[in-house]
Design a protein around this ligand. Structure first.
Ligand SMILES: [Zn+2]
Length: 395
C-alpha cells in the first residue's frame, strides 16, 4: 500500500525509501495492530457470545418462571380437589374408580349449594345451583353421572341413589362446555357404618327448608281419567280431569293455607281465600262467560277450559283479588317468598307463560307439599319443568 514512493517527485533512488526507516517499526506496529485487532475481535466475539448467553439465559429463566407458575396453578388445582372431594370418611371404596383431575370449583361459573351429596339407595336429592356462569342459565344445564349404576341424574339435577358406592355427577353448561362442576355422590350401603348415617343427618339439617313439612297431597288412584306424575296430579292444557272428578277443596290444602294466612297475619299481611275449588260445571260457566267477553283465543290465556282447570283438583287457591295489581302488593311479595314453606307454589310464574300455557298469576297457588314446593321455589322453575310435561291443548 505504501509502495508508490518511487513516484514521489523528491524521492532519490539512493536514499533509502522514505518509508524504509520506519519499516521495522512499521512491521512491529502492524504486528501490534494485528494483535490489537485480534484482541478487539476476541473482545467483540466474547461480547457477542456474552450477549447471546445473557439473552438465552433470560429466555430460559422466563420459561422457568412460566412453568413454575403453571406448576403452582396445578398445585392449587390439586389442593382444591383434595379439599373438596375427599371427605373424612372414605369407608366404601368406589366400585368404579373415577379420577377427577379437572375439578376446580373456582374455575367454574357454577356455584353449588353442596359439593358432596349422601344418599340412600332409592333416595333422590336435588343438586341446587346457587350461581350460574355468565351467559348461562337453567336451560343450559347438562347433567351426567360418572356411573349410572351408583347414582343417576335427570335433566333437572335430581340425583337418585342406585347402589352403594361413590361416583361423580357433572354439571356442564351447554352454552360453554368448559364451565363445569362436579359433585361427589356417596350412596350409603344399607348395612353402612354409623359414621355415614350421622353425617347424613347433619347434611339434611343443613337445609333451612326442613322447617315446614307440609305433606304431599292425596292421590286418588281410584278415579279413572286422572294423570299423576311423581305423585302430583296433572291438570293443565295437556292433562284434563273427568267431569265427575269432584274432590272439593282438599282438607290438607285448606289446613296449610290456614297456617299460611295465620303466619302472614303475624307479619301484618292480609291473605285470604278468593277462589278455591271449582267443579267441572262451575268452570263451564266461568270459561263460557270469558269466551263471550274476550273470545276463545284470549280466554284460553287466562281461563281454563272445563276439565282442564287446576281449580278442579281441589289443590288450588286464588288469593285475594284476582287482578294484576295484586302482584304489586306486600302480600304478593310475601306469598312468593313463603308459599313453599306451606307446600304451595306460585303455579304460573312470570316468564314461564310458554311453558305453563298461562299468563303470570301471582295469586294462583297450588298445593304440592313442601318438599316439591321447595324444590320448585329454589330452582325458580314451573311445575311443567319440574315434571317435564307439556301444557298445550290438543287442538
Ligand atoms: Zn286460579
Amino acid at each position: 500500500m505504501d509502495n508508490n514512493y518511487p513516484n514521489r517527485p523528491n524521492g532519490s533512488p539512493q536514499r533509502p525509501p522514505r518509508n524504509d526507516s520506519p519499516q521495522r517499526p512499521r512491521k512491529r506496529i502492524s504486528k501490534e495492530l494485528a494483535r490489537k485487532r485480534q484482541i478487539i475481535a476476541l473482545c467483540v466475539i466474547s461480547l457477542i457470545v456474552l450477549i447471546i448467553v445473557i439473552v438465552i439465559a433470560k429466555a430460559c429463566s422466563k420459561d422457568k418462571d412460566n412453568s413454575s407458575s403453571s406448576n403452582s396453578k396445578v398445585n392449587t388445582t390439586v389442593t382444591t380437589i383434595v379439599t373438596n372431594t375427599s371427605g373424612p370418611e372414605m369407608t366404601a371404596p368406589p366400585t368404579t374408580t373415577t379420577v377427577v383431575t379437572t375439578f376446580n370449583p373456582d374455575s367454574s361459573g357454577f356455584k353449588m349449594e353442596k359439593y358432596t351429596i349422601l344418599l340412600d339407595i332409592g333416595q333422590t336429592e336435588t343438586a341446587w345451583i346457587t350461581e350460574y356462569p355468565d351467559g348461562s342459565g337453567e336451560e343450559d344445564e347438562r347433567w351426567s353421572s360418572s356411573d349410572d349404576k351408583i347414582a343417576t341424574v335427570d335433566a333437572y339435577g335430581h340425583i337418585t341413589g342406585v347402589s352403594a358406592g361413590e361416583c361423580y355427577i357433572t354439571l356442564q353448561s351447554a352454552a360453554d362446555p368448559e364451565q363445569e362442576v362436579q359433585i361427589k355422590v356417596k350412596v350409603a350401603d344399607p348395612n353402612g357404618s354409623i359414621e355415614q348415617t350421622s353425617e347424613k343427618k347433619e347434611d339434611t339439617t343443613e337445609s333451612p327448608q326442613q322447617l315446614a313439612e307440609a305433606p304431599a297431597p292425596p292421590v286418588h288412584d281410584d278415579i279413572k281419567g286422572l294423570t299423576y306424575k311423581e305423585g302430583i296430579l296433572l291438570a293443565n292444557k295437556t292433562y284434563s280431569m273427568p267431569e265427575d272428578f269432584n274432590p272439593g277443596l282438599e282438607p290438607i290444602c285448606e289446613e296449610y293455607f290456614k297456617k299460611l294466612t295465620e303466619d302472614a297475619k303475624k307479619e301484618g299481611l292480609d291473605i285470604y281465600l278468593g277462589s278455591g275449588y271449582r267443579s267441572y260445571k262451575d268452570q263451564v260457566l266461568v270459561y263460557n262467560s270469558y269466551v263471550e267477553t274476550d273470545g276463545k283465543e284470549k280466554a284460553d290465556t287466562y281461563s281454563a277450559r272445563p276439565g282442564y282447570s287446576e281449580h278442579q283438583t281441589g289443590l288450588v287457591i286464588d288469593v285475594n283479588t284476582i287482578n294484576d295489581a295484586f302482584g304489586e302488593t306486600k302480600e304478593a311479595a310475601w306469598l312468593a317468598e313463603h308459599a313453599h314453606e306451606y307446600g304451595f307454589i306460585i303455579r304460573y310464574p312470570k316468564g314461564k307463560e310458554n311453558i305453563t300455557g298461562y299468563k303470570y298469576e301471582p295469586w294462583h297457588i297450588r298445593y304440592v307439599g313442601s318438599k316439591v314446593a321447595t324444590d320448585i321455589y329454589e330452582r325458580g322453575i314451573s311445575l311443567e319443568e319440574y315434571l317435564n310435561v307439556d301444557s298445550k291443548y290438543p287442538d
